[in-house]
Write a protein that binds this ligand. Structure first.
Ligand SMILES: Nc1ncnc2c1ncn2[C@@H]1O[C@H](COP(=O)(O)OP(=O)(O)OP(=O)(O)O)[C@@H](O)[C@H]1O
Length: 460
């Protein structure tokens, strides 16, 4: 590893180490992620991360420095965030809450970074406190792009969804298309954690976790927090993604915007540019990332809203599928006999600590699991055995086959939640408003999770 002096090992990920290094040609230290080339999915994810990071250029995204191969390893050099990750930071608080100003400042910066990604039609797909970093100067940076994907306006379907169960939105559990609003849900989880030092959807079993997520059932924020934060959390946790605001809306026209804007550098409206990738560039990045197919970007009318520049959208698919608010009948039906345990709202420090008490090596070395379709009858018995600690890990969820949309919790029949909009009686859409037009892009594949759950139950 010429050109870098190793200072220390910062940590160990699923596929290799993260090293703090001093580059010979530069004053500032870097993080060097070292990935064993033999770990095939690890190498693939690192490649994706390098390709995407190299094309991001934003103060709230971890800066890419270099990537290379040496001694049977892949290396990605990136900016070092000396303040550690947000999860560590939250745990350090013990029970002392962050000030409102700190929460708003960090959240504004997260949104700013996320907006940059979404403007390029990239979904991060694994936003969580552990993947968000702080610099020594207290600047927030989004990191770990190993799960991200690029959406293009060309036809095509994704094969996977990647995410961490505690932060995964209801549409993923319910096998519905996902889009920019799925990242919004995950950011809502991080915001909630910053406000309360607790996970929003805490549970003592997988069944309970999934049910809570699908119902959007969380304990309200503490009363002392401003109305705007309560209002925002309520919207970010709308179970119907259409009703969630996009990051753009949160930053510009939501009730919270005024409080966030003062924490962001001012940009004059006429110079504020949307840094979108052109279609060709998006396709090129997707190809470099090794995405087998391009993901579909589709909305009812203009998929990219009014700011869609002059990009062409030939080959767009028809109107996208629609959601009903709340958990689908299928989820509720399959879980109706489940032993739903309300958690005692365990603080993050305890919940995560119990996860860490697992055999360390096994936890670190285990490769990301892949989830495939299986008959739904297995779900309940699998969930009986699964350890909830595993819900903090990142999973790859593979799509298999074509066929009708079938949720992981489906009983073999489509529960018709995606029927015509007029058939859906959904009063919550009016409360306070639907954000359908605010969906920039989405993905239409469907995923199943049972195989992953089975692996979990056999691993522990
Ligand atoms: N740019 C960075 N600055 C500071 N610390 C970092 C940076 N990137 C990663 N780390 C830290 O290095 C450690 C290893 O990170 P890495 O991303 O390799 O794996 P991980 O996130 O722990 O696990 P996984 O492989 O499941 O994503 C973590 O503790 C993480 O907080």
């Amino acid at each position: 590893m010429d050109g870098y002096r190793i200072l220390k090992v910062i940590g160990e990920g699923s596929f290799g180490r993260a090293l703090l290094v001093q580059p010979e040609e530069c004053d500032s230290k870097c993080v060097l992620k070292e990935i064993r080339k033999k770990a095939r999915s690890g190498a693939e994810q690192s490649r994706r991360e390098a390709v995407l990071l190299a094309r991001m250029n934003h103060p709230n995204i971890v800066a890419f420095k270099d990537s290379f191969e040496a001694d049977g390893h892949l290396y990605i050099a990136m900016e070092f965030c000396g303040g550690g990750d947000l999860l560590q930071r939250i745990r350090q608080q013990k029970s002392s809450h962050f000030s409102q100003d700190v929460v708003l400042k960090w959240f504004a910066q997260m949104c700013s970074g996320a907006k940059h990604i979404h403007d390029k039609r990239v979904l991060h797909r694994d936003l969580k406190a552990k993947n968000i970093f702080l610099t020594d100067n207290g600047i927030v940076k989004l990191g770990d792009f190993g799960s991200a994907c690029v959406l293009s306006s060309a036809q095509g379907y994704a094969q996977t969804y990647v995410g961490t169960p505690y932060y995964v939105s209801p549409e993923i559990w319910d096998n519905k298309p996902y889009n920019n609003k799925s990242d919004v849900w995950s950011l809502g989880c991080v915001l909630y954690e910053l406000c309360t030092l607790r996970h929003p959807f805490q549970a003592q079993s997988w069944k309970s976790l999934i049910l809570r997520v699908c119902r959007g059932a969380y304990d309200p924020l503490p009363k002392h927090l401003p109305y705007e934060l309560h209002y925002l959390i309520k919207h970010m946790f709308k179970t119907n993604p259409r009703d969630r605001p996009s990051i753009q809306t949160i930053l510009t026209s939501h009730r919270i915007s005024r409080l966030l804007q003062k924490h962001l550098p001012t940009e004059k409206p006429q110079t504020a540019r949307v840094h979108r990738w052109r279609r060709e560039e998006g396709e090129m990045v997707a190809a470099l990332m090794g995405q087998k197919t391009l993901l579909t970007a589709s909305t009812v009318e203009s998929p990219f809203g009014e700011n869609s520049d002059s990009e062409s959208h030939e080959g767009e698919p028809g109107p996208r599928r629609r959601w009903a608010a709340g958990p689908s009948e299928t989820v509720l039906k399959v879980l109706r006999d489940a032993d739903v345990i309300c958690s005692d709202s365990m603080p993050i420090s305890e919940l995560e600590a119990s996860s860490e008490a697992l055999p360390c090596e096994a936890q670190q070395k285990r490769e990301r699991r892949q989830w495939d379709r299986e008959p739904p009858e297995r779900l309940l018995s699998l969930l009986e055995k699964a350890s909830l600690d595993s819900a903090f890990k990142t999973y790859t969820i593979h799509r298999k086959g074509e066929g009708p949309p079938m949720g992981p919790l489906a009983d073999g029949k489509d529960d018709a939640v995606d029927g015509p909009e007029d058939d859906i009686i959904d009063e919550s859409r009016l409360d306070p408003r639907s954000d359908d037009e605010d969906t920039d892009f989405e993905e239409e594949a469907h995923f199943d999770l049972l195989d992953g759950l089975e692996r979990i139950t056999t691993d522990y």
